[in-house]
Design a protein. Structure first.
Length: 151
């Protein structure tokens, strides 16, 4: 999936066209594939922290919701390429086999990555470290690639 996203991004970059900027308050809806996989919603706020919501699951029966405040820095004059980072928090439910009770997990997360904006389509790749503090302390590294379309 990651290879297809990167190949598609490169192909789209070769197409001539105009590169529009997102406007303040535009909402991007899309998905992220990886560890975790899920639905992504981002509200664009230029010059500030853009809230990025993720409703996701990973491969070991863990469903969670996260919110990360994304700060973007443009890497080119046309504001097409961006480096981004930001802090956040998450809450999740780990579904254990029958002999164990399910557990609620709460902690801190963050994101660091790169994105490209092609008109109203954002394609991104990111790493997301997670530090669980409740029910027990645990560190996990996630990440993925995805895309969002802005309305």
């Amino acid at each position: 999936i990651l290879t297809c996203l990167l190949a598609g991004s490169f192909a789209l970059l070769q197409c001539p066209g105009t590169f529009s900027q997102r406007a303040a308050g535009d909402v991007g809806i899309g998905f992220q594939a990886g560890q975790p996989t899920g639905l992504s919603i981002k509200i664009y706020k230029p010059g500030g922290l853009s809230p990025d919501f993720l409703a996701a699951w990973d491969l070991d029966d863990f469903f969670f919701l996260s919110i990360i405040g994304i700060k973007e820095n443009g890497l080119d004059n046309q504001h097409q390429f961006h480096f981004f980072y930001g802090p956040g928090a998450f809450i999740g439910i780990r579904d254990w086999p029958r002999e164990y009770e399910d557990e609620v997990v709460i902690g801190f997360t963050g994101a660091i990555g790169l994105n490209v904006l092609i008109e109203k389509l954002e394609i991104f790749i990111q790493a997301t470290p997670r530090l669980a503090l409740i029910e027990r302390t645990d560190f996990d590294m996630g990440g993925g690639a995805g895309m969002r379309y802005y309305f």
